[in-house]
Design a binder for this molecule. Sequence first.
Ligand code: FE2
Length: 429
Amino acid sequence: MFDLIIRNASLPDGRRGQDIAISGERIAEIAPRIEAETREEIAAGGNLVTPPFVDPHFHMDATLSLGLPRMNRSGTLLEGIALWGELRLTLTVDALVERAMRYCDLAVTQGLLAIRTHVDTSDPRLVTVEAMLEVKRQVAPYIDLQLVAFPQDGYFRAKDGVESLNRALDMGVDVVGGIPHFERTMEEGRLSVEALCRIAAERGLPVDMHCDETDDPLSRHVETLAAETVRHGLQGRVAGSHLTSMHSMDNYYVSKLIPLIADSGMNVIPNPLINIMLQGRHDAYPKRRGMTRVRELMAAGVNVSFGHDCVMDPWYSMGSGDMLEVGHMAVHVAQMAGVEEKIAIFDALTVNSAKTMGLEGYGLAKGCFADLVLLQAQSPAEALRLKPVRLSVIKRGRVIARTPARVSELLIAGRARLVDGSVGFAPET
Ligand code: FE2
């Protein structure tokens, strides 16, 4: 007797007509037709079932603060940082928790069940850290939330940067962050990468740095990050977030850099929505896109996963907690619309991100946790195209969110009918 069987599902790897049987918190079997008793059944009707979406790069301490205390007039990264500096002085634990919990509610309805959030440690009061630790505790039954100690104003550049970051780690923050391109000089940027990797190695923690989030082709801190990863034996436990300067680098240098990144086992996290919005701001025309070299990194075997980064905050006034919106933008900005390429983009929102975060028991195989999302679409390509409704979101074998299918009623004479939200096109194979 199973607890739940999802019938007739399509899977991200292209298998169709699959039944997924669940016992307790785990997947017990995946097969074309499971003849067994079950307490509960969900008819997928040929729709796609995927492991949950995973956002490896977010700012939950800033989310949903749009307009506080004012709007970002220029829309630039630097005005965003200045604006956040104003808002930060007024933050309270209660307000931070309230906004973050609202975002987590939204995330669950979007099938987003694991998030790595950077937490600003620049204000020595560390109300951000206190609040996010509380949010992590509250959402633990349904969202894997990882916290990164993020020195937004610079590790060396901010007055209390070093001391505050270390205190945040003492309080229980999971990952060591950094922002080398925002330090005062290239040299201090390099020293910050060295110091922060050393701290991670000593404390046994992973590293995830905002690295080279600039259009300056000479911003090469990623090189130091890769070298320090190897030096401290941190392979597989380090992530370079953004790496936008790679977009503008000299091609010869990149031909040397990408193998260095691959050899170091560094995970790479581009943030397509934010990169296309914030990079290239000093350009006239033509304007650079500013996203890192996704196709080339993937081809070299680097684990690439996409982050949402911001939703309605000082840097970005849009966003909806929908990782398919992130993937949709990635398809465009990376110009990866081929059949295999779209599958690679979908993987970068799910399995690759789970690898970046080191999630245990994640996946669509016997023995994995029964954390699943049923979409109103039949393939990863269709999901990226439509950003469809998440019909059911399942955590540890239990449905924790449901959304009705999107069906429109057409009332035109002679064409009166129901139009399915997936528009009925054959899925790409
Ligand atoms: Fe970020």
